[in-house]
Structures are given as structure tokens and as C-alpha cells.
Design a protein around this ligand. Structure first.
Ligand code: PEP
Length: 253
């Protein structure tokens, strides 16, 4: 099964509208000729509209960093799936560890968000990963298994098929510590096998699983050489066009 590599940049709570526009302009130029890798960027909500307009006509997709599951109403501070669709998002990141860690996200709320995204035609980048404590206690596989089961609860095969999973060990996010390609591959293979048991081998073979956690131009090639690593969710290194574009062009390194 040939899976098209997918590299996405999570800008987190960085970049004003003006700064985001500048970064999008630079990325449009530096990634203009890339066609063998799918690319998306996830600016903060305030910059989505401006970045979408700038990226029109390019192959760079637009992702949001979160959504709320209700369509509309009295939910101060939240953003609905329809609002993200209208602004031009193709993808939405759900269950990022920073949401779980700082904003009370649980497997159940992740599941509600995933269902809402599917209902509105947004593709999901579904993040999972263990903390350092969980890894040291030998709980990596059980944590990841619980997150996959909880996040996908009640979802049918056709809802899961277009999704992308992102395995992001929490201890590697923003810390400069990357999982070794072998450590990452071991968990990616486990996740794919789990998807195979939950749905089908055929479907598990189609789903892309990104790695996330201090990805840089220096470590991307080794990670992408692994059989079950199909791309990357990049945080810090996606904030500079030149560095992000080196990651996207990992084959040329
Ligand atoms: C992330 O935010 O998903 C991430 C992986 O961040 P960083 O690349 O900075 O570790």
C-alpha cells in the first residue's frame, strides 16, 4: 500500500495575522514545486481567513487547531465546524496533547469533536501519545490503545478511513527530544495493527499515521524511512518557511 506522505505544520498560538500572512507567502514560494508530499498548515483561528486567501491556488492545505462539537449557540469562546468549513479549512487537529494537558480534553471530548468534524466534512488529524511517566512505567501501548479506542468510539469505517492519526509522544513535543525512528515505528505499527483489529487490515493499510515531537530537517529522513511513518506533525520547526520546507523536501536531504 503506497501512502502519500503528509506533513503538517502546527503553528499553535504563534503569529499575528500580519506575521501569518508573511509566513504563508514564504511557504507558497518555497513549496511551490512540491507534489509528492501533501502539505498543510494550521495557523491560529484569527489568521485562518487571511492565510486561506494567500494559499489559494497553491497545494498547501489549511487546518484548524481545534473545534467545538456543537453547530452554533451560547458557547462563548468556541468555534464550530461550520465556521471552519466556511473559512476554507480542509483539516482540523483534534486531541493535541496540549489540549489534553492544559484544557481538560479527554478521550470522550476528543470523540465528540471527531464526530462533529466528520459530520461537516472536515478531515481529522487525531493526536495520541503517552507522557514520559507513562512511558517509564511501561504503559505506552496501553495508553495509546485507550486513546485510539476512546477517540474512535462509535465511528464507522467510512468515518475513520479519511482520517490521519498523529502519534506524538508528549515527552518529545517542544522538548528537542525526538523518539528514535525505531521507538516511533514500534508505536506506529502498534496503532496500525489496532486499527486493523477495530476495522480491517485493508483500511488500516490505507490510513496515514504522522509522527510528531521535535521533528527537524536533521531527523525527518530517518523517521520517514520507517515503514509505518507516513509523515509528520511539526510544531516549532514549522514557524520558519525555510526550515519547514526542508522537512517537506526530506527526500532531497
Ligand atoms: C506539535 O505541536 O504537534 C509538535 C510536535 O511540536 P514540536 O514539533 O515543536 O515538538
Amino acid at each position: 500500500m503506497v501512502r502519500l506522505p503528509f506533513i503538517a505544520g502546527n503553528w499553535k498560538m504563534n503569529k499575528t495575522v500580519e506575521e501569518a500572512l508573511e509566513l504563508a507567502k514564504q511557504m507558497k514560494v518555497s513549496l511551490a514545486k512540491v507534489d509528492s508530499v501533501e502539505v498543510a498548515v494550521a495557523p491560529p483561528f484569527t489568521a485562518l481567513f487571511t492565510v486561506r486567501r494567500e494559499l489559494e491556488g497553491s497545494r498547501i492545505g489549511l487546518a484548524a487547531q481545534n473545534l467545538f462539537w456543537e453547530d452554533k449557540g451560547a458557547f462563548t469562546g468556541e468555534i464550530s465546524p461550520a465556521m471552519l468549513k466556511e473559512v476554507g479549512c480542509h483539516y482540523v487537529i483534534i486531541g493535541h496533547s496540549e489540549r489534553r494537558q492544559y484544557f481538560g480534553e479527554t478521550d470522550e471530548t476528543v470523540n465528540r469533536r471527531i464526530k462533529a468534524a466528520f459530520k461537516h466534512g472536515l478531515k481529522v488529524i487525531f493526536c495520541i501519545g503517552e507522557t514520559l511517566k507513562e512511558r517509564e512505567e511501561g504503559k505506552t501501548f496501553s495508553v495509546v490503545e485507550r486513546q485510539v479506542e476512546g477517540g474512535l468510539k462509535g465511528l464507522k469505517a467510512e468515518e475513520v478511513r479519511p482520517m490521519v492519526l498523529a502519534y506524538e509522544p508528549v515527552w518529545a513535543i517542544g522538548t528537542g527530544k525526538t523518539a528514535t525512528p525505531e521507538q516511533a515505528e514500534e508505536v506506529h505499527r502498534f496503532i496500525r495493527n489496532k486499527l486493523g483489529r477495530l476495522y480491517s487490515q485493508e483500511m488500516a493499510g490505507e490510513i496515514r499515521i504522522q509522527y510528531g515531537g521535535s521533528v527537524t530537517p536533521e531527523n525527518i529522513k530517518g523517521l520517514m524511512a520507517q515503514e509505518d511513518i507516513d509523515g509528520a506533525l511539526v510544531g516549532g520547526a514549522s514557524l520558519q518557511a525555510e526550515i519547514f520546507s526542508k522537512i517537506v523536501r526530506f527526500r532531497e536531504i
